[in-house]
Design a protein around this ligand. Sequence first.
Ligand code: PBG
Length: 335
Amino acid sequence: MPSFPLTRKRRNRYTHSIRNLVRENNLTANDLIWPVFVLEGNQRKEEIKSMPGVFRMSQDLLLKRLDELHDLGLNAVALFPVVTEDKKSINAEEAFSEDGLVQRTIRAIKMLLPDVLVISDVALDPYTTHGQDGIISKEGYVLNDETIEVLTQQAVSHAQAGVDIVAPSDMMDGRIIQVRAALEEHDFPNTGILAYSAKYSSCFYGPFRDAVGSAGNLGKSSKESYQMDPANSKEAIDEMAMDIEEGADMLMVKPGMPYLDIIANASQKFNTPIFAYQVSGEYAMLQSAIDNGYLDEEKAIMESLLCFKRAGCDAILTYYADRVLTYLDSSDDEK
Ligand code: PBG
């Protein structure tokens, strides 16, 4: 590069039009996936204490909100059920009930808004009395192969309800190939798989566990025997490579902001789309600083998400998706 004064890097930052022209990354409505918590009943809306501004909603209110956001360009939602205690069991049979909360909600969304992509979580934690993502042994160890049998039934039941993409978030070994095989066998060749490939055993999921009511069930147990160690990065590459081999259509890194290095590395190594999850604890951190007046709400949210794009993400799950759609609607590029 020729040196100063031939090169003045500030020339490309001189006006907002020049900055718009040379910008490498942008955030659009198409990059966003809105995770939502759905409750049984009607006309119910509860704010999640550790996630101020995020609500659990019954299906009727959720549909109304999705319809409004659809007008602003909402492209995809990820569904998380709040399962009542009486429906939880040791072996999570409710996970694949044809008439379960998730299955009913998938059908309702696809009926009202067929072009909004519906992504469903495939994992057993909302349905187990012990709060683990799988079937456990007498000693409490999460059993890999036994869990996969239930996960495949869960995935097929979501596909039968009309889901576009199933998202195994459990971290069992070999579940992607089994879910793919089950979907093919039941004649769902176009149902996609978003694999939570690099899902870390993270304290940043705390508010989510409150939101779906699994924190109490999990108690002091941890998920360290299946979710990844936050200290590892090479291992994430192995996990992702295996999931691609097994038929994943997209890969997820989770959490997001403290793990941007994993995203950047993955997007350089693989040609499969990489998604990230800006998880509940990241929301809680940002939102408490915003609520205290320490950070500017719109600027902090938009910068946090743009940085995911810069790291190499193709799409982002964020509890801010609804707010971002309104921001994008009212602003075009930088003014
Ligand atoms: C569970 C699941 C979790 C999240 C999504 N799916 C929590 C966990 O693994 O305990 C966390 C999402 C968030 O924190 O926003 N299968």
